[in-house]
Design a protein around this ligand. Structure first.
Ligand code: PMP
Length: 392
């Protein structure tokens, strides 16, 4: 076991050495601009096309388009702003549905659209369950977009996007479904079709690829209908949907990371699930932690995320104490989009403000082990006991 325990894989993963080698090779040897008409340009174009094919395969589809972006954040912004601005009439009474507790890269563009006049409706997600009655009630022919994440980044809750897609497409002629699958890609099995999605966001650094690379998958129907407009204007790359010289090494490395992850999907996710389930069982049986710690367990959960409320302890304190012992977790406030700096996802889950402030997130990769889980539990028990004693 290494001396460090990295349980923050939902924030970012340790990049695979093979993927980094691949990145370096392409960056060094194939530096041509894919738009150039000479042989170096042709070679770069071919590599980009190969990357696209690999990523399509990892997504389990041959349909639609893949727009490479500079990460999940940009892909989400493109999906939301690009959809809302695609037709002028959308601005006149267009309604957008989303869930409470989306990532800030969805929540904040939607807030901007609300300021422009779109009616943005947030569907409750208590206990990690989307209130489907509220969703049904909010669906109307005025809906132009629904944005729902496939897996919540704080709680690991898996949302029924396919059912949402079915309902949406039945009622709303202009309704398209965007799924932020940043935390779902290579963690739960899906294709754009099984998600019921018209647009899907994925990000490289969550699957052992380099940072600053992502993609938005867009359905053929949406492209044909001119239902998405670009947010970056310029040279017209990526079929006009994302101008800017393509990040060829980044795209190649992302695609290679997705190929490797797909190849060992079963083994990798089984290992993450094993560590997660081991921790849940061990906490319930632990003499100290069974009373001090409440796991926040959605009914449908991704294999790699475990949210723990350590009652009476500020998450920042626990995080820092763990960090001092070489154990890295997150406090769930890193991506908060509110002034209070509290996780919207946890508040939406039903935690109080005090509980939210006392919640840490553990997130696993296939490199993590149950031995690391044991070391984490020992450290957490010691921290809880020491701090409790110091208060007396
Ligand atoms: N959506 C979700 C659910 C995420 O967890 C993240 C990363 N924290 C993002 C979007 C943003 O992705 P990126 O870091 O690639 O911009």
């Amino acid at each position: 076991m290494s001396t460090e325990i990295y349980f923050d894989n939902a924030a970012t993963t340790c990049p695979s050495p093979d993927v980094i080698d691949f990145y370096a090779r392409v960056a060094r040897d194939c530096y041509g601009n894919p738009s150039s008409r000479h042989a170096r340009g042709t070679a770069a174009r071919a590599l980009l096309s190969e990357a696209r094919t690999k990523l399509f395969a990892a997504l389990g589809t041959k349909e639609g388009r893949l727009v490479f972006t500079a990460g999940g954040t940009e892909a989400n912004n493109l999906a939301l702003l690009g959809r809302a601005h695609a037709k002028e009439r959308f601005a006149r009474g267009g309604r957008i549905l989303t869930t409470a507790g989306e990532h800030s890269s969805v929540a904040l563009p939607l807030r901007a659209l609300a300021r422009e006049g779109f009616e943005v409706v947030e569907i409750p997600t208590k206990g990690g369950v989307i209130d489907m009655d509220a969703l049904r009630a909010a669906l109307s022919p005025r809906v132009v977009l629904v944005s729902v994440m496939a897996v919540n980044n704080e709680t690991g809750a898996v949302y029924p996007t396919a059912e949402i897609g079915r309902l949406l497409h039945r009622v709303c002629p202009d309704g398209v479904l965007h799924v932020d699958a940043t935390q779902a890609f290579m963690k739960i099995p899906f294709t754009p079709k099984t998600l019921g999605a018209d647009m899907v966001t994925v990000s490289s650094h969550k699957i052992e690829g380099p940072k600053g690379v992502g993609a938005l998958w867009v359905s053929d129907a949406l492209i044909k209908n001119k239902g998405l407009s670009p947010i970056l204007l310029g040279g017209g790359q990526e079929e006009g949907l994302r101008s800017g010289t393509e990040n060829v090494p980044g795209a190649c490395a992302f695609a290679e990371a997705s190929r490797l992850a797909k190849e060992s999907f079963e083994e990798r996710t089984a290992q993450m699930r094993a560590v997660r389930e081991y921790l849940v069982r061990a906490i319930a049986a632990h003499p100290v932690l069974s009373t001090a710690v409440t796991p926040n367990l959605p009914d449908a959960a991704a294999p790699h995320i475990l949210s723990l409320t350590v009652s009476g302890f500020k998450s920042e304190t626990v995080l820092n104490d763990l960090s001092g012992r070489g154990i890295y977790v997150s406090s769930g406030s890193a991506c908060a989009s509110n002034a209070r700096n509290l996780s919207e996802a946890l508040l939406a889950f039903g935690k109080t403000e005090a509980e939210t402030d006392a919640t840490i997130r553990l997130s696993f990769s296939h490199h993590n082990t149950t031995a690391e889980a044991d070391a984490f539990l020992a450290a957490l028990a010691e921290i809880v006991q020491t701090r409790a004693k110091a208060r007396k």
